[in-house]
Design a protein around this ligand. Structure first.
Ligand SMILES: [Zn+2]
Length: 303
């Protein structure tokens, strides 16, 4: 264990929240975490040093001091939540109950970040008091990752949309059919998910097909500043999927910066997201990366 180990959230996460707050919160600190509402005295390290990450300047992947020591939120989590706070009044009118409309507000959070999830759920409960909020967590359960299995639905974005729900937060399970209009979602979140799927256009379509009226999808993913055209590993190596797993992992790491990525988006990223908008912010107290983008799809004006 070297000194840097102490500078990572993983080292501290086993302490209770209250103890982390006692150690790291400092009222006079100019640093602020909008996820847990604390003033951290420092940010902990996250990300990795990797040749390709540095060479191509991959936003959201490199080594930097950006994790809240108290709740573990990343700079990306704080940016997404910043957008949600900025948007919430609009949603109050967009999601107002119309005559005969179903009153439940439905959120789908794919590969959920714990702190972000709690912050969003809390904000919605405050802003939509009296409305039922169904906040569904889903993931693909890929080998090699750690999952909190309780309360998570299974969702494979490489296949036609099918959510296999095990237990949703605070509400009884309802397995199966999500095709009926009242089961669609007002908000879908997928941070650093779509670089893992086989066919990005297909997965985006699946998500867009699950939106309720006046709904939004928020996506973040690695985008390389020094890369003009996006790289699809399948295009670099047409026989990629036939290769042994360890060779696939090596090639992905070499070209894309991570062993299980299928693509690296470049400055032409909007070709994949033609009707989407982007949201970026400069905010030194939240330690946001001004280069980081939240990609936003809104079906409000699309009928
Ligand atoms: Zn925090």
């Amino acid at each position: 264990m070297n000194f840097l180990t102490f500078r990572r959230y993983e080292f501290w996460m086993f302490l209770p929240f209250s103890l982390r707050k006692w150690v790291f919160h400092q009222q006079s600190s100019p640093k602020y975490c909008n996820i847990c509402g604390s003033n951290p005295r420092l940010w902990l390290n996250r990300g990795r040093k990797h040749e390709i990450i540095e060479k191509l300047k991959i936003t959201g992947a490199g080594f930097r001091a950006a994790d809240c020591p108290i709740c573990g939120s990343s700079d990306r989590d704080r940016l997404v939540f910043h957008y949600i706070q900025h948007q919430i009044q609009q949603w109050k009118s967009d999601w107002a109950m119309k005559d005969g409309a179903h009153g439940v507000i439905r959120i789908l959070h794919i590969a959920p970040e714990k702190g972000l999830q709690h912050a969003i759920h809390k904000l919605l409960k405050t802003q939509f008091s009296g409305r039922e909020i169904k906040y569904i967590l889903a993931d693909k359960f890929t080998k090699g990752y750690y999952y909190r299995k309780r309360g998570m639905a299974f969702l494979d974005l490489d296949k036609p949309f099918a959510l296999v729900e095990r237990e949703s937060i605070g509400h009884s399970a309802d397995n199966g059919n999500y095709a009926s209009p009242e089961k669609k979602f007002h908000l879908i979140l997928a941070n650093h998910v779509l670089e893992h799927v086989e066919d990005l256009a297909f997965s985006i379509n699946q998500l867009q097909s699950q939106l309720a009226v006046n709904a939004q999808i928020l996506v973040t993913l690695p985008i390389a500043e020094n890369l003009k055209s996006s790289i699809e590993i399948k295009n670099l190596y047409p026989n990629f999927n036939a290769l042994p797993a360890h060779e696939q992992h090596q090639l992905s790491a070499k070209h894309l910066g991570q062993w299980d990525h299928k693509r690296l988006l470049g400055q032409d990223f909007q070709n994949y997201f033609p009707h989407w908008q982007t949201y970026s912010q400069t905010n030194p107290s939240l330690q946001l990366n001004p280069k980081e983008k939240v990609l936003i799809f809104s079906n409000k004006n699309i009928r």
